[in-house]
Design a protein around this ligand. Structure first.
Ligand code: HEC
Length: 173
């Protein structure tokens, strides 16, 4: 509350008209943001919003060395297992839409939590594909690492550790 008729601070730095426009702009933005939360994004844009915040029940006890699991937990598990960490910002549109899409597609391509249903040959194919993705720099995706998950960035040492595991049983090429 402003004490007895004191001038709001912004009056000193901008005209009343500009202040009014800004106020209105803020209101419109807040309203738009609120509306985004109830947009039927699945129906309109095909976003798999039903996946937001969900972790289906299958689990696979990771079969590699602990240091490999440690790296993959921070760099891969959010999109390629049923053990996704869903922070608050990943539940709020439009960020939630991006994350839902990545997790949905990521799990479809490779879901380590389903490795229990795969035989060793299938898992090895997945591991070799995984190395291809890591070596080329495609995985983890930069838009995952850069804004929110700096700890997912793979050092050369991390990559060497992953390579040794991914290619351990690979046919010599
Ligand atoms: C932000 C989510 C995300 C993270 C983190 C992530 N991926 Fe992916 N990954 C995807 C998506 C989405 C696809 C599906 C292909 C695409 O859209 O590019 C994919 C595809 C793949 C594929 C299959 C490629 C193909 O052609 O079928 C492999 C293998 C893979 N990722 C490995 C990894 C590994 C290993 C890590 C960790 C080092 C990782 N990914 C981290 C989202 C992610």
């Amino acid at each position: 509350m402003l004490a007895g008729g004191a001038t709001p601070f912004y009056r000193h730095v901008m005209s009343p008209t500009l202040a009014k426009i800004l106020k209105r702009g803020t209101l419109v933005a807040a309203l738009g943001f609120g509306l985004l939360q109830v947009v039927p994004a699945k129906r309109l844009f095909g976003i798999p919003t039903q996946d937001i915040g969900t972790n289906p029940p299958e689990r696979f006890v990771f079969d590699g060395p602990p240091e490999v699991e440690h790296i993959m937990r921070r760099a891969c598990f959010d999109c390629h297992t049923n053990e996704t960490r869903w922070p608050l910002y990943a539940r709020i549109a439009p960020g939630s839409w991006l994350m839902a899409r990545d997790v949905h597609n990521g799990r479809n391509h490779l879901n380590l939590s389903k490795w229990g249903d795969a035989d060793e040959e299938e898992r090895q194919t997945d591991r070799e594909n995984a190395w291809e993705q890591v070596e080329s720099g495609a995985m983890p995706p930069w838009f995952y690492v850069f804004p929110m998950h700096h700890d997912a960035k793979l050092s050369d040492a991390d990559k060497a550790t992953l390579k040794a595991y991914f290619l351990k049983n690979a046919a010599q090429k």
